[in-house]
Design a protein around this ligand. Structure first.
Ligand SMILES: NCCC[C@H](NC(=O)CCC(=O)O)C(=O)O
Length: 445
């Protein structure tokens, strides 16, 4: 049996816009009210996904969500026709309308936490959609995320889908952005690493002062229980609250792992040495490469600006590792110098490939935010909805679909345009046919 890691990227939705919705996410705040280009955003994402497929990686796509979210607007008391609802919401509660229009489901690192079958008690692949309760615009994602995951991984013999955690700040859960799996080979049991920003039931534990800690220890523990992970293969690692206060709103802004590599910033964690000893002990006899980037070489500010750690580390079919980085890393002198040096250091990472994902970056989402990792074997892959897997035909089809339905300019004011609902629903309805997803959206029920 073959084992590998697949990446499922979020297809950018037709309402991609800059509404400044994410307090604590520096890019989202600083680009608030900028004009977006949903068409380019979707194409940048597709290009990265296709490039990985062309490198021999297994690459899938996850469908975006229905936005504007009329269902939520109705739930909070707006009534009438769709156009009337938009009109009233735009006048009476513009901030709520903006929250109901975000294309934020594109960042599928926040869609769910995934545990591969090699790690779980029942030998199935487990998915728990993230509840994303810390941000209003993201808290409306999990139900549809669950529908889309179930339509993509649609075989109960191999896949176990859980409901998202209770919608309370004690269980704040941001999915795979705070979860890393280290393993010798993708098919062997690995060490699942859960990074959290605060302990909900222990008020004296460290926590940030300025920005919210979106992930709680209690949420991570609940996921580990649900997925049937063993204590010997699980490590909980506290994030350094000082870096959250400098804009590191998810762990994947400061650390990324793959197989036997953990690439991280010197200031990323608390209690680092003890925790790394625990990781190494649970990992087994072979050595984990802990690649530390010192503050002296890359400051936290440069890491947050360039997204050096929101890179993907992938294992190519040759067995070598490559980093998939945003072009922003090339544009930052300290980070570019570091990456050039990194490939000469004798670590498993041998090359860096740069991609322009600036439309996503301007909202604080880099290459790693755009993908959900699913380590699987060939039988599990055969059980995946094959219409979601990237290849030449799907790439052409999705680009044509984007050209047909997406705008190349969207301002925050355009979100109240009733035509946008029609455009978005027409596009998504067609997409569910292309990807054979069935009826995953409210408007289709
Ligand atoms: N993993 C990357 C997530 C980025 C995402 N940004 C946003 O939602 C910005 C939306 C806006 O401001 O329009 C977030 O902060 O959760």
């Amino acid at each position: 049996m073959k084992h590998f890691e697949a990446n499922f990227d979020g297809l950018v939705g037709p309402t991609h816009n800059y509404a400044g919705l994410s307090f604590g996410n520096v890019a989202s705040f600083s680009n608030a009210s900028a004009v977006s280009d949903p068409k380019s955003a979707a194409k940048q994402g597709l290009k990265k996904a296709k490039a990985l497929a062309d490198m021999g990686m297994i690459q899938g796509m996850l469908a975006p969500q229905e936005r504007p979210d009329l269902h939520t607007l109705r739930r909070i008391g707006f009534s009438g026709t769709d156009a009337e609802i938009l009109n009233k919401a735009a006048k009476e509660a513009p901030a709520l309308l903006r929250a109901c229009c975000s294309a934020s489901s594109m960042w599928t690192a926040n869609a769910a936490t995934v545990s591969p079958s090699a790690d779980t008690q029942d030998g199935k692949l487990h998915f728990t959609p993230a509840n994303l309760v810390d941000k209003l615009h993201r808290s409306i994602e999990p139900v549809t995320t669950g529908n889309i995951l179930a339509a993509t991984f649609n075989n109960s013999r191999y896949f176990n889908h859980h409901q998202h955690l209770p919608e309370h700040s004690s269980f704040g859960d941001e999915g795979a952005a705070n979860h890393t799996r280290l393993c010798e080979n993708y098919g062997n049991a690995g060490v699942e690493l859960f990074v959290y920003g605060q302990e909900a039931t222990n008020p004296s534990a460290p926590k940030p002062q300025k920005y919210p800690a979106r992930q709680t220890l209690e949420a991570s523990q609940a996921i580990a229980r649900l997925h049937g992970l063993s204590e010997e293969n699980t490590v909980y690692l506290p994030q350094n609250p000082d870096v959250i206060d400098q804009g590191v709103f998810h762990n994947d802004v400061i650390a990324v792992g793959n197989q036997n590599v953990l690439f991280y910033h010197q200031q990323a964690f608390l209690d680092t040495q003890n925790k790394f000893d625990e990781i190494q002990q649970k990992f087994g006899d072979s050595k984990v490469h802990f690649i530390e980037v010192p503050t002296a070489k890359v400051s936290i500010q440069d890491a947050v600006k360039s997204y050096l750690f929101n890179t993907q580390i992938i294992t190519l079919p040759s067995g070598e590792m490559a980093i998939i980085a945003p072009t922003n890393c090339q544009e930052n002198p300290a980070v570019f110098a570091y990456l050039n040096e990194l490939v000469t250091l004798g670590t498993p990472i041998k090359q860096v490939n740069y991609f322009d994902v600036k439309q996503s970056m301007q909202n604080g989402g880099g290459p790693a935010c755009l993908r959900l990792r699913v380590a699987m074997n060939d039988m599990e892959l055969a059980a995946v909805n094959q219409n979601t897997l990237m290849n030449d035909a799907l790439f052409t089809r999705l680009n044509t679909w984007v050209d047909k339905h997406y705008r190349d300019r969207l301002s925050v004011d355009d979100l109240a345009d009733p035509q946008l609902i029609i455009e978005s629903r027409t596009a998504l309805d067609e997409l569910t046919q292309i990807m054979k997803l069935g009826s995953v959206y409210q408007f289709q029920k």
